[in-house]
Design a protein around this ligand. Structure first.
Ligand code: IMP
Ligand code: MG
Length: 179
């Protein structure tokens, strides 16, 4: 498959759309099994998780709801560590099982910040589902319940992931070509 250029950088194919779909199917099957009867509220973290959330929810067959929040912590190709809430949650999650849906958990700053915010709203329990997990970068103690794929510390774009706002639209996931 051909390399792509996003803004000023070159990226090579890393995970094909077929492999992504297979991982999403496996993860949805686990959720269907483990959260049956819970009527969970999925909370998709925008912008990055919109494609993953859509594909995942199409394969979740138990009763559930979905809502969206918008956070930002990245600038260019590195995490700033400072997490801002751009659009908050408009749903009551008191005593409800919540599943956070993330595109990628990197250092874990975003997820820890979000779990703190949601815990203050009194949910029954919080589960975390992420398409990608970077184990070598993760520095937190919170358990990531549902990880579709583990990846090394490379910078990735595509399938919702961006480089400076570009590249989210590609159906495969690509990694930065080191020059
Ligand atoms: P964390 O707070 O360091 O865990 O970073 C989480 C957020 O950073 C994710 O939700 C993504 O939006 C972004 N991010 C982390 N790694 C990458 C990457 O390789 N490509 C694009 N965005 C990334
Ligand atoms: Mg994100």
């Amino acid at each position: 498959m051909e390399n792509i250029t996003v803004k000023d950088k070159e990226f090579e194919i890393y995970i094909t759309s077929e492999k992504i779909q297979e991982a999403v199917r496996t993860l949805a099957a686990r959720i269907n099994e483990e959260l049956k009867g819970e009527n969970p509220l999925f909370i998709s973290v925008l912008n990055g998780s919109f494609i993953f959330a859509a594909d995942l929810l199409k394969k979740v067959s138990i009763d559930c709801g979905i809502s969206f929040i918008k956070l930002a912590s990245y600038q260019g190709t590195s995490s700033t560590g400072d997490v801002r809430t751009l659009v908050g949650l408009d749903e009551d999650i008191k005593d409800r099982t919540v599943v956070i849906v993330e595109d990628i958990v990197d250092t874990g700053n975003t997820i820890v910040n979000l779990v703190d915010q949601l815990n203050a709203m009194g949910p029954k329990q919080i589960k975390i589902a992420t398409l990608l997990f970077k184990p070598d970068s993760y520095t937190k103690d919170i358990t990531i319940d549902y990880k579709a794929l583990e990846v090394p510390n490379d910078f990735l774009v595509g399938y919702g992931l961006d480089y400076d706002g570009l590249g989210r639209n590609h159906e495969h996931i690509y990694s930065l070509v080191s020059s």
